[in-house]
Design a protein around this ligand. Structure first.
Ligand SMILES: [Zn+2]
Length: 173
């Protein structure tokens, strides 16, 4: 009985303190990494914010989902849906879409692009277009065979159809 109490009292509190310290350190590290990702992608986020604010002036709505600002709907969204092969586009931590339903549908795919912006920072768009150019030079599809798009489609559960509309429209970045 005495031995058992010692076993319960001695190592456990130290272990718990150690686990809490590790957890706090890990959380602090993840938070610092997250902030660094926002800072690294900030030039593109700023550009996305400008486009987003213009869209809001034409009736689009903003909302925050999974750490990104989503902007959808309004007159520009409707015009883009009618005239462009465009459903959604990610710029840093800003995701611009033709409407809110589309943003819901393509969120997983666009979130992969958000992570790519966090990893590549200002180098992301040059790397993206270089990848498209290389695929085009090889006789492949510049959009679907692009390294970053393949990664985004592979990481989304319904990658085969994510963002693709049955008509002429298709998703960009
Ligand atoms: Zn994409």
């Amino acid at each position: 009985m005495v031995r058992r109490r010692r076993w319960l009292e001695k190592p456990e509190p130290r272990k718990i303190v150690c686990m809490i310290e590790k957890g706090v350190r890990r959380k602090g590290f993840q938070r610092a990494l997250g902030l660094a990702g926002y800072a690294w992608a900030a030039p593109y986020s700023a550009l996305g914010l400008v486009f987003g604010l213009v869209a809001v002036l034409f009736g689009a709505r903003m909302r925050v989902r999974r750490g990104a600002l989503e902007v959808g709907g309004g007159w520009l969204g409707a015009a883009a849906a009618r005239r462009c092969s465009y459903t959604a586009m990610t710029l840093g931590h800003v995701i611009l879409g033709i409407d809110e339903a589309t943003l819901d549908r393509v969120r997983a795919h666009e979130q992969v692009h958000v992570r790519q912006y966090e990893r590549w920072g200002p180098l992301f768009l040059p790397a993206y277009f270089l990848s498209s150019l290389l695929q085009f030079a090889r006789g492949k599809r510049p959009y679907r065979d692009n390294h970053f798009e393949r990664q985004a489609y592979a990481q989304t559960a319904d990658g085969a159809t994510q963002g693709e509309r049955p008509t002429r429209a298709r998703q960009r970045t």
